[in-house]
Ligand binder design. Structure first.
Ligand code: GLP
Length: 261
């Protein structure tokens, strides 16, 4: 696990965007795993800028989103379908048929989930998975206790997550859908590269547990310690609970030139 600490979310997002851009230039048919939430927004803004100003071409890229609320159709303003159009897809040249997001209105959840896994496999697997982290350590919507072997499936959101996400639903946790479809932890771990972003002091404890705590289903993101290429891009406030923050900064400053992104 490589921990990269930047002063600001913007700096971290620029580093993350450079990693995505390099992949897309080297492999125009790259398969990206995408996340929602506030955290990836500066990264998405930077990708849009790279597309507009530097011609970064997404025309052959395929994407799979991590999750979607059950019961919200693609037109719902709080659906992740809407989020992705608003913040990314409407601003890139990625064909709509290349983008995949779990269907929150599917009449047959298990069949949909099996098919989502099949589509990921048929696309060749995910090259780079972008992740945020919940304050309870969830990735996607894999709440504490989720199996490390889990695949795409229905999950019930934890109360903490309902409260965290109530800000998008008139500050009323009861209005947040209680169920979702999410890629499983096994699905996420199959990605060839994983890039987790976290900003702000509210994520500091989850980040410390993920990076330096025991690997435990009680903090699902901690499984990323077992991922061969996981990178953790955080700002200084999110790094405050890390015991080895100085070492991670030292490692980054001393990276050989050929290893830099
Ligand atoms: C939601 C999403 C996660 C995301 C998390 C953190 O629960 N399902 O993918 O990482 O929120 O959100 P934020 O980035 O807004 O803090």
């Amino acid at each position: 696990m490589e921990v990269i600490i930047h002063d600001t979310p913007q700096d971290a997002a620029s580093t993350g965007a450079r990693m995505v851009a390099r992949l897309v230039r080297e492999k125009p048919h790259a398969v990206l795993g995408l996340a929602t939430g506030g955290t990836p927004l500066p990264l998405y803004r930077e990708l849009v800028r790279l597309h507009r100003e530097e011609g970064l071409d997404f025309s052959r890229v395929t994407t799979f989103n991590l999750d979607e609320y059950l019961g919200l159709g693609p037109g719902h303003p709080q659906s992740y379908h809407h989020f992705m159009r608003e913040h990314l897809f409407d601003h890139l040249n990625i064909p709509a048929e290349n983008t995949h997001i779990p269907d929150g209105m599917t009449p047959d959840v298990p069949a949909f989930c099996r098919d989502y896994e099949r589509r990921i496999a048929e696309a060749g697997g995910i090259d780079l998975q972008i992740l945020g982290i919940g304050s309870d350590g969830h990735i996607g919507f894999n709440e504490p206790g989720s199996s490390f072997a889990s695949r795409t499936r229905i999950k019930t959101l934890a109360r903490e997550t309902l409260h965290d996400n109530a800000r998008f639903f008139n500050d009323d946790p009861a209005k947040v859908p209680h169920h979702c479809i999410t890629m499983g932890i096994g699905t996420i771990m199959d990605a060839r590269c994983v890039l987790l972003l976290a900003f702000g002091s509210g994520k500091a404890e989850a980040i410390a547990g993920m990076v330096e705590g025991p690997v435990t289903a009680s903090l699902p993101a901690s499984i990323l310690q077992h991922h061969p290429t996981a990178k953790v891009l955080i700002d200084s406030p999110a790094a405050t609970a890390l015991h080895r923050a100085d070492y991670y900064r030292w490692v980054y400053e001393n990276k050989p030139a050929w290893q830099r992104e």
